[in-house]
Design a protein around this ligand. Structure first.
Ligand code: SF4
Length: 363
């Protein structure tokens, strides 16, 4: 059986970000205890083995108190025997030394910090408040307990954000001992606090300009783009996310989680109430060979290195280049796609229009 990933969703947060469109709820001690019971039930409903990477995301997993966090880590301890990476997402303001020591005791190898921005204008807009010194101190503590692989999330694309503001954030991010930076362009979704207040997005030209600026700045500081929005120092790519982009299987556990197991892609309910009653899955998609090829291309082209053509052909008993020859011919002629050293990939300067290229190729 091939190696798989395990994703666990903790939907509780101690404060709510104004742009957030995820499945999340305010932290409540009793609700968290009940939720941990339900997580255990869902984990027990699978025969989980051969786990290559574990990712605890949210929400804010570190909003749990120390007893709950220990219970969660103990619950999944048996799955992390042969893993190569174990990530947990964290909020700077609720990650203290006691919790960091606990994460280290349970072999967490990587922590993803929701930094977003150091700019007070932006922090006020998104409702996230921490100082550069606080972030620096948390990373120093993580390093002290042997957790050296640290990601920082960076958000951009606010109408109040000048180019200088973004450059200043980039300067501060790259001055920290981070190994990985994930970037997010602000998108305003309905039913978020910003959406309800009719907050306007910036125009596409500004997104494009800021994206290009991020790519060139981060590359200068040794953070190579390996996926459209993700940058890492050498050998610090996110192993867990690579599993998604390489179209590998993973268990998705928890409210609002998605998974891909035994050729079925599924989504869990976003209703905490339903989840607690054991009504978990709301969508299931049984994949045909064509569907698997579709996902493989859609996800694989997100990667800077692209799709390994031989691997694709062997996996699906087909020829990628023959099957899409007409569409590829025109995308290659327009210099949007290139074939290099056995990989099919998007050309370096065209990642920003990845969705347009995928539509041309797949539809
Ligand atoms: S963005 Fe993350 S931390 Fe903020 S409210 Fe949403 S889930 Fe919670």
């Amino acid at each position: 059986m091939s190696e798989r990933g395990l994703y666990i969703h903790i939907p509780f947060c101690s404060s709510i970000c104004t742009y957030c469109d995820f499945s999340k709820f305010f932290y409540d001690e009793k609700k968290v205890n009940e939720y941990l019971d339900s997580l255990q039930n869902e984990l027990d409903s699978y025969s989980i083995d051969n786990i290559q990477s574990i990712y605890i995301g949210g929400g804010t997993p570190t909003s749990l108190n120390i007893i709950q966090l220990k219970r969660l880590l103990k619950m999944i301890e048996k799955y992390n025997k042969n893993f190569v990476s174990f990530t947990i997402e964290a909020n700077i303001l609720n990650l203290d030394e006691e919790k960091i020591k606990l994460l280290s005791d349970y072999h967490v190898t990587r922590v993803s910090l929701g930094i977003q921005s150091f700019n007070s204008k932006i922090q006020n807009i998104i409702n996230r408040h921490h100082s550069f010194e606080q972030v620096k101190m948390v990373i120093a503590l993580l390093n002290k307990y042997g957790i050296n692989d640290v990601n920082g999330d960076l958000i951009y694309g606010f109408k109040e954000q000048s180019k200088e503001d973004l450059l200043n954030d980039l300067k501060l991010f790259t001055s920290l001992p981070l190994t990985h930076i994930s970037t997010y362009a602000l998108m305003i979704n309905k039913h978020t606090i910003l959406g309800n207040s009719n907050y306007q997005e910036v125009n596409q030209e500004i997104y494009r300009e800021y994206y290009d600026l991020i790519v060139s700045y981060l590359e200068k500081f040794g953070f190579k783009r390996y996926e459209v929005s993700n940058f890492s120092k050498d050998n610090y790519q996110s192993k867990h996310n690579l599993l998604y982009w390489n179209n590998k299987e993973y268990y998705g556990i928890g409210v609002g989680a998605s998974g891909y197991i035994n050729n079925v892609r599924y989504d869990n309910t976003k209703s905490l109430n339903h989840y607690q009653k054991g009504k978990r899955r709301i969508n299931e998609e049984n994949l045909s060979d064509n569907d698997r090829e579709f996902y493989h291309i859609m996800l694989g082209l997100r990667l800077e290195r692209g799709i390994n053509i031989d691997e694709f052909n062997t996996l699906y008993k087909t020829s990628l280049l023959d099957k899409y020859s007409e569409k590829l011919k025109s995308l290659i002629a327009d210099n949007l796609i290139v074939i290099e050293k056995g990989y099919l990939k998007i050309t370096k300067d065209n990642f920003y229009i990845m969705n347009f290229i995928l539509r041309k190729l797949l539809f």
